[in-house]
Design a protein around this ligand. Structure first.
Ligand code: NAP
Ligand code: SF4
Length: 684
């Protein structure tokens, strides 16, 4: 173990700043990376403490010098939901001990996050600074009395004491994202006229007193990180001067580190989803650096060591907080330090298996890394009994995941792909504006295939006889899907284009387009068409489109959006009577819908398709006849399994495994494909 206790030496010069130690309070951190707080819901699984300890220990082993737990409520009013994490008594503190112990055993440090949900609490009695409801919670909060404000501050301090008792190195006080402390700090949610509202100082007092009293009671060795809302992105939020004033006050009250949060949960601007360009929010922590002398942390949409290094080297922050990137790859830091950054499994900001799972009350994992949060389950797979010869047919997400995981287990793997390149449906996804992170998935898989010496044969369509004759021990069919061809009169008309032909660039669409099918791909295709093709947004165009005021001179850091004319006039259609978009991701779908609304995309439900001809698409909408005079009709009507080869092999009596879309086309996405491919490989 090296001097900083991170278990390996930080030798790589490309990330010199990122990997350099930093003195914080009375502690020295081995590098400039914090693993930010994540709600994982692992506490709702079997063996909850063992699972959490394994989860954090894996990240500590991978080089994270400082990490933060998910939020713990300091009292019952502060719960996010009934049964959520809470730390109010000694017994609970004792029970948490295995978590810091496991992290310390790996030479890392861990803070417990104290989070009072305030008016975001999804339980019977949410409280707030004032009785002002949130647009994302139907329950009206009860305003805390002055006496309750005092007792709530005491509850924060007591919670910090319990964290210390459990062995944590300190706490993060969650003051951003629109939770209780943030509700006190701004006019939007605080109209009190007592000692806790009115002037800016009084609105800030709740935050400052929590920090001051925690420092006073816990002493100077205890790490105290405060997470400030560096920009609220809601009307009635703080302006830039108020934020700087709070930062100074929190430092003076005794905080060691100023972490930053971006935007409230009720903000109508995406802050961490894939369509947000990397490091968009760096301007917000940069402003704080000018007014405080404690380290400032940058966060949100930082997912590679290059981006992190660049922000630090530019002097805009002292530390980088990343959360989801450590779900995607617990070895992120270690790989960067060892000159293996090209082997990092990059978080693609899809939210599908982390935040979307959490909002559906499922324990988080990761689309690109099914082991995340399931460390104990994967540890339980037996090691391979012998080295097998494996054929995987199809290099889409399922086939790639299976081939790589099997090769990691030292099996000899041959991967066949009919197309000239690997990637399958991912090659279409990465053409969608804002979905450029899919390129990272392909980079990762390509590198792993090479590293583990998988014999990749692109442009090859093996026959059943060939596979049978080559004597493989296991054959995996991951031949994927083909687009469904709906039975509509005129489906063969030249105006009709199937989505792979559009997204591969083989066909260009005209100016007026109808899309048949409003699933995930129909929505993505609508975005592609209105944005004019595969151009990914840059920071400036993102801020313009969503109305982000970089100077934060306005309340909440907002300004009017500047919308560009859409590249095409698009109508998105579905047969079901319900509102389109119900299958989209919970935490990303609203932003996609909002983007399409900005581009004037017309959405029609209750459609019956009658005929396609030179005039366009004839249909009825809720029984009323209509003609869409369009140049093209793009078919995004789902997929069917491509499994002819599998059927042939089965007919020859050859044992095989079928995974991904080849097994079941319905609702296939990369999440299911990668999980299934990886888990199958673990059984070989
Ligand atoms: P999908 O979500 O199943 O949507 C297919 C659409 O086609 C539906 O709107 C369906 O609605 C319509 N349809 C089905 N059969 C039809 C027929 N015979 N004639 C006309 N319309 C028909 O499939 P997808 O859009 O291809 O997406 C595939 C998978 O990728 C899904 O699991 C999806 O979740 C995932 N994905 C997600 C995202 C995202 O969340 N952003 C993006 C891309 C892909 P009606 O039957 O009502 O018309
Ligand atoms: Fe990142 Fe998606 Fe994994 Fe979440 S599920 S950590 S957003 S790659």
């Amino acid at each position: 173990m090296d001097a900083q206790g991170s278990g390996f030496r930080s030798e790589h010069q490309a990330y010199r700043t990122l990997l350099s130690p930093l003195a914080v309070g009375r502690h020295t951190l081995p590098n400039r990376v914090i693993m930010g707080s994540m709600h994982t819901r692992l506490e709702h699984m079997d063996r909850p403490l063992e699972r959490q300890a394994a989860f954090y220990a894996a990240r500590a082993r991978g080089g994270v010098g400082l990490m933060v737990t998910g939020g713990f409520a300091p009292n019952h009013d502060g719960l996010m939901e009934e049964g959520g994490p809470i730390l109010v008594d000694l017994a609970a503190a004792e029970a948490l001990r295995p978590i810091p112990q496991a992290v310390h055993a790996e030479g890392s440090k861990i803070l417990l996050q104290i989070l009072h949900a305030g008016r975001y609490g999804k339980h019977r009695s949410p409280v707030g600074a004032s009785a002002i409801p949130s647009p994302i919670n139907p329950r009206l909060p009860r305003p805390l009395t002055a006496a309750e404000v005092e007792s709530t501050i005491e509850d924060y301090v007591h919670c910090a004491e319990l964290a210390a008792h459990a062995g944590f190195d300190g706490v993060e006080i969650m003051g951003s994202e629109g939770y209780l402390i943030n509700q006190f700090t701004v006019e939007r949610t605080n109209n009190r006229d007592d000692g806790w509202g009115g002037s800016v100082e009084k609105r800030h007092r709740f935050a400052v007193e929590i920090v001051r009293r925690t420092r006073e009671r816990l002493g100077s060795d205890f790490l105290l990180m405060y997470r400030i809302s560096a920009v609220d992105l809601v009307e009635g939020g703080a302006d830039g001067n108020e934020i700087l004033q709070l930062a100074r006050a929190v430092e003076a009250a005794g905080a060691d580190i100023l972490n930053t949060g971006i935007g409230w949960h009720e903000a109508r601007i995406p802050t961490i989803a894939y369509m947000v360009p990397r490091s968009t929010w760096r301007y917000a922590p940069a402003r704080l650096k000018d007014v405080v002398s404690i380290p400032v942390v940058a966060s949100n949409r930082i997912n590679t060591p290059e981006v992190a290094e660049e922000i630090l080297a530019s002097g805009q922050a002292d530390l980088i907080s990343m959360a989801r990137p450590f779900l995607a790859d617990p070895l992120f830091i270690r790989k960067a330090a060892e000159g293996r950054a090209d082997q990092i499994n990059t978080c693609i900001a899809c939210n599908q298996a982390c935040l979307d799972y959490i909002f559906r009350e499922r324990p988080a994992t990761c689309l690109v890394n099914p082991r995340a949060g399931r460390e104990l389950d994967f540890d339980a797979f037996s090691p391979p009994a012998a080295r097998l010869r494996l054929a995987v047919v199809g290099a889409g997400a399922a086939g790639l995941a299976c081939a790589v995981a099997a090769a990691e287990r030292r099996h000899a793997v041959t991967l066949f792909e009919a197309a000239p390149e690997i990637g399958g449906q991912m090659n279409y996804a990465r053409q969608i504006p804002g979905k450029q992170e899919f390129n990272e998935m392909l980079r990762y898989f390509s590198r792993q295939l090479a590293l583990h010496k998988v014999d990749v044969r692109c442009g090859q369509h093996p026959t059943a006889a060939q596979l049978a004759s080559e004597g493989y021990d296991q054959i995996v069919m991951a031949t994927g899907v083909r687009p469904r061809r709906p039975d509509i009169p005129g489906i063969g008309h030249p105006k009709v284009v199937f989505y792979p032909d559009l997204l591969s660039g083989r066909v260009q669409a005209g100016k007026r387009v109808a899309i048949i099918g409003a699933g995930g791909i129909g929505f993505d295709v609508a975005e592609y068409l209105t944005q004019g093709g595969p151009a990914h947004p840059d920071m400036a165009s993102f801020r313009q489109k969503w109305g982000v005021d970089e100077s934060i001179s306005s309340k909440g850091g907002l300004k009017p959006a500047e919308l560009e004319q859409p590249a095409r006039q698009v109508t998105l259609l579905q047969r079901k009577p319900e509102k389109p978009g119900r299958t989209l991701g919970l935490t990303t779908g609203w932003a996609l819908k909002s983007s399409l609304a900005q581009s004037h995309v017309e959405m029609l439900s209750g459609c019956e398709y009658l005929q396609i001809d030179d005039a366009g698409l004839h249909l009825t909408v809720n029984g009323k006849p209509r003609l869409l005079e369009v140049d093209n009709i793009i078919i995004c009507a789902g997929q069917e399994s491509e499994r002819g080869l599998a059927d042939e092999l089965s007919a020859l009596g050859i044992k095989l495994s079928i995974i991904g879309g080849a097994e079941l086309a319905a609702e296939l996405d990369a999440l299911r494909a990668i999980d299934q491919g990886t888990r199958l490989a673990m059984t070989f």
